[in-house]
Design a protein around this ligand. Sequence first.
Ligand code: UD1
Ligand code: CA
Length: 455
Amino acid sequence: MSAAIVVLAAGQGKRMHSNLPKVMHRVAGKPMVEHVLDAAAEVATCKPVVVYGHGGQQLRDGLAHRNLDWAEQAEQLGTGHAVAQTLSLLPDQGLVLILYGDVPLLRAQSLAGLLGAAADSGFAVLTVTMTDPSGYGRILRDAVGNVARIVEHKDATPAELAVAEINTGIMAIDAAHLKRWIPKLGNSNAQGEYYLTDCVEMAVAEGIAVKRVHIDDADEAIGVNNRRQLAEVERIHQTRIANALLDVGVTLMDPARIDVRGELVCGRDVVIDVNVVCEGRVVLGDNVRIGPNNFIANATIGDGVEILPNCVIESATIGALSRIGPFSRVRPETNLGRDTHIGNFVEIKKSDIGEGSKINHLAYVGDAEIGRAVNVGAGTITCNYDGAFKHKTIIEDDVFVGSDTQLVAPVRIGKGVTIGAGTTVTDDVEADKLVISRVRQKTISGWQRPRKPKK
Ligand code: UD1
Ligand code: CA
């Protein structure tokens, strides 16, 4: 559908007690206003107009990656006044979808329903029924049930306050109507504000029907004004994500204890234990098992991989059938081949590890290229940094690295080499050799350990 999009985001958000503009606070890792923009993008392709006010530059910088038009509202004189700032940027006709930047749970399908309902008369409002409607504008109907007016809580009579159907604030209005009505709005009301909602009465006076589109899920309409509401919205959003994962066949040991801050794509028969946090785009193949307490960001994890508890994995790819953890740290630009094993207290950074290689205990591998079927012993360190520059360690196929080895980069270890335990490798080693740098063992007989005199 071709509708213009207006997002109101000028509110200060005082109750957030934050230096960040309210709509930039994140839900599931994404600023609230971007949830709104993404939902809008699913139903309308126009370049949205964002109304900004307090902290405007921060908002514009934070959204610099998106294609947006901006309308400044220097003083917040009400929702009608906010829309007034956008009129010169709007087309002369066609629907305008008016959204709030602090209502992040709204579904695209609700917006599509709203636009559909507004197609005829050019005016529809999205409504919801609340058990506690206090604070919201109430939807008032005439004798035959048509929308007659919206009254703000502060202007309402006790009888009007009893109405449970409220204005979500989200509306679709034809631009021609808006351009006629907005300049006529007054501010003689309890808050001294220009109310967008007064357009309803103007429509009715002109004989234009205002359609109401009622959504059943009241959560969609929650506006965030404080950190409690932000936390509440986060939980609802996470529940939606968890349910969607369950619906496509993922096993979640506890759907309340997974956090997805981005996109999680799962193959068949994936099992995710408790307290797993995913950020960015995470792709899990078939039969992947993720143990408890794992943090995974921007990673692609192959079929049959098992991540044992307490690992941190960032910007990495992990080949099929590999086993990671417990307590492994896989850092960015790491590619682990098929059937690799990374064990406890192993840190890997910017390295390629070939198929079937194992680094099972206590090691640091950075800036390395490790071939296939390499065994890296406990306590192995790539000394990749000379204080100014990083250097590469290359270990070819079938190398055996004994425990407590230091590899002083740049260095290349040829195919099939064996490195004796405790070796400091400083020079390249040719294929199939044994390399060892170890002080010969001395055993001294008759040695007496110093002892403190007995009291
Ligand atoms: C508004 C509606 C009310 C509805 C409620 C739903 C009006 C007059 N009232 O009330 O019927 O039930 O939303 O949440 O429309 N904003 C600006 N500039 C302003 C004022 C507001 O950009 O001058 C933005 C805010 O940042 C916010 C949105 O508009 O995103 C709503 O503003 P808010 O003050 O929360 O409206 P309410 O008075 O709660
Ligand atoms: Ca509000």
